[in-house]
Design a protein around this ligand. Sequence first.
Ligand SMILES: Nc1ncnc2c1ncn2[C@@H]1O[C@H](COP(=O)(O)OP(=O)(O)OP(=O)(O)O)[C@@H](O)[C@H]1O
Ligand SMILES: [Mg+2]
Length: 282
Amino acid sequence: MADNLLTVRNLVVEYGTGQHAFRAVDDVSLTVPRGGTLAIVGESGCGKSTIAKALVRLIKPTSGSVDLDGTDLATLSERELRPQRHRVQMVFQDPFGSLDPHLTAHQIVAEPIAVRGEKSKKVQRDKAAALIDRVGLPSSALSRKPPEFSGGQRQRIGIARALASEPELLVCDEATSALDVSVQAQVLDLLAELQRENGLTYLFISHNLGVVRAISQDCVVMRAGKIVEAGRTQDLLSRPHEEYTQRLRRSALEPGLMTGIKPRHLIRHIAASRAAESEKSA
Ligand SMILES: Nc1ncnc2c1ncn2[C@@H]1O[C@H](COP(=O)(O)OP(=O)(O)OP(=O)(O)O)[C@@H](O)[C@H]1O
Ligand SMILES: [Mg+2]
């Protein structure tokens, strides 16, 4: 098995065609190690969500390859893509907009289980209940609908729905940005736990450098559709080479933009569990 679960090469995504084409992602290459987390940071409009949408094939890339463990998802036809789709799942920023308000949590989570081929209603129900429990919600949540939940609870349902597809790669696009700081910390903590338990690989998009520092080992910095800097998160955020990364870092430290910086206890928690992991594997 290759060390990298995902290898993106020379990805180009354009909106529109011909003279009016706008190149939102311009020759981006990146790799995400199996079981690890790569973060994408960059200012608004630099192309982060466009990359996310290309990876889950909500949009078809203009050119380049998206190699998921040997399969190039970028070039597959819709028909070829169908059996592959479950492998990459997305957790969206807006837990309000991304869940159907008319469905119960059970229906939302059971749907991908049925799509994966599980015909027994009983097994669907049991699996959905296990996932709801796993993301830290009570079983009474199963019969409730999204408008009856808080933002953090909704995001947990979104995560349970993504996990129901049994993905290998989870793309989190500003998945905690709409949440209060303490709720954000709990959801990040849950994501870190799920990664340790299931060996999940994450591509984590965030404009919050505190969150990025806590959750990712590797990081790429984007500007106007291109990657301007890449490396280990720790090095890159503490000693950025590029003027642009320095500027991003300075603006993250400005008061007023501090909201959403991850609380210290979570950073400590994640650092401690990483240390325990590496002791185990040593
Ligand atoms: N459907 C679309 N049609 C045309 N242009 C688009 C479309 N979606 C996005 N764009 C443009 O592509 C560029 C990249 O957008 P994208 O949403 O990927 O940015 P982003 O980095 O995710 O920004 P943010 O941090 O604000 O979420 C922007 O200039 C945006 O205006
Ligand atoms: Mg975006």
